[in-house]
Design a protein around this ligand. Structure first.
Ligand code: GDP
Ligand code: MG
Length: 370
């Protein structure tokens, strides 16, 4: 169909029909909930309400088993997955490096030749924390739109000598939309012009209220450059994680999310994945996107080959048939035959969806409003 009723559109957007009618009235269109509107008007409305239309692509055809839940009694505690966000130049990369450096010196020294961008840190109390190196807010949003909500906690980095900048606000909005708790890291405290209280006050304007201002958002003053207070930041993350009671089932066939992937000259297609449940083992047969593969090697965040990887671990996987997209689900299956079946099923589904997505096809276009 090339038209949709206001009521149906509202339902798909998760908004009230009356609100859409009101908005249409503001646009000089008198329609009721039961009347139809054309595609352009519908798109305009979707936009006005701040939703995005997700374009359907082949990678979105997920394996049918990806939806099921593991029984409560099989779940075990898992480390939290943290994403660092903030305005450009406020110190995200420096903080990621500093946290990793702290950990590296504490672990065995030297020998680190190559490593992936995402990694795990162990706190003084022995708790593990996974840090994801996701390049920018766009990646975070795109992953989320694709149902890949892998981040448990966001660390918002704000430079104490600067202030609340456009991308700080963007990060706050993304974090709120994702319903993920936030910890504010006030960075660059080593600078003489640092003014952390100013940051705390300005954050109020964006409804981020830190504990010292009787809110419930934890904050910590750090210097990524001088590596000060990083242990305190880790402790706060661990504390926040405890409240979330994060769990996953380790003893099952693995499922993972692709964080990033590229074609490596020597090693072929390589994907950095985050294990979401189960244990990934060398030799496992899997499907990712519309392709099947077999785990040839698993490389951990220290660049070492390992035999298996459990929940919340970020690892590199070798043995893919092609380069997957960030956000794709990698799912281990029983055997190669099953892998081929699933891959073929997904390819067919993807073709169906693409065919259905002819420009005038209204229905599929609005199937996936995020
Ligand atoms: P990103 O764009 O958020 O990833 O920021 P970067 O980590 O690249 O840092 C931007 C600049 O700020 C670099 O020149 C860093 O050296 C500097 N910087 C980062 N953290 C600190 C800090 O704690 N103190 C000082 N003085 N400079 C910092
Ligand atoms: Mg950076």
């Amino acid at each position: 169909p090339e038209a949709i009723t206001v009521g149906e559109l509202a339902k798909r957007m998760g908004e009230k029909g009356a609100d859409l009618v009101k908005e249409l009235f503001n646009l000089d269109m008198m329609v009721t909930v039961n009347q139809t509107i054309d595609q352009d008007t519908a798109e305009l409305l979707v936009d006005q309400f701040g939703h995005n239309i997700e374009r359907v692509s082949e990678a979105d055809v997920d394996i049918d088993t990806a939806e099921d839940q593991d029984p409560e009694e099989t779940l075990k505690p898992r480390p939290p997955v943290v994403t660092i966000m903030g305005h450009v130049d406020h110190g995200k990369t420096s903080l990621l490096d500093a946290l990793r450096g702290t950990n590296v010196t504490r672990g065995e020294a030297g020998g680190i030749t190559q490593h992936i961008g995402s990694y795990q840190v162990t706190t003084k109390d022995g708790q593990k924390i996974t840090f994801l190196d996701t390049p920018g807010h766009a990646a975070f949003t795109e992953m989320r739109q694709r149902g890949a909500n892998v981040t448990d906690i966001v660390v918002l980095v704000v430079a104490a000598d600067d202030g609340i900048m456009p991308q700080t606000i963007e990060a706050i909005n993304h974090t709120k939309a994702a319903g993920v708790p936030m910890i504010v890291a006030i960075n660059k405290m080593d600078k003489p012009e640092a003014n952390p209280d100013n940051i705390r006050t300005r954050l109020l304007e964006h409804e981020v209220i830190v504990e010292s201002m009787s809110g419930d958002v934890q904050d910590v003053e750090i210097s990524a450059k001088e590596k000060t207070n990083l242990d305190e930041l880790l402790e706060k993350i661990a504390l926040q994680a405890e409240l979330l009671e994060l769990k996953a089932r380790p003893d099952r066939m693995a499922e993972a999310r692709v964080i990033e992937a590229q074609l490596d000259k020597g090693r072929g297609p390589v994907a950095t994945v985050l294990i979401t449940r189960g244990t990934l083992k060398r030799g496992d047969t899997f499907v990712v996107g519309t392709q099947s593969g077999r785990v040839r090697a698993i490389v951990n965040d220290q660049g070492k080959q390992i035999k298996e990887a459990g929940p919340a671990m970020p690892v590199e996987v070798l043995g893919l048939g092609g380069v997957p997209r960030a956000g794709d689900v990698l799912a281990v299956v029983e055997n190669e035959q099953r892998a081929r079946e699933v891959a073929q099923y997904r390819q067919e589904k993807a073709t169906e969806k693409r065919t259905a997505l002819a420009p005038t096809n209204f229905d599929t276009m609005f199937n996936n409003i995020a």
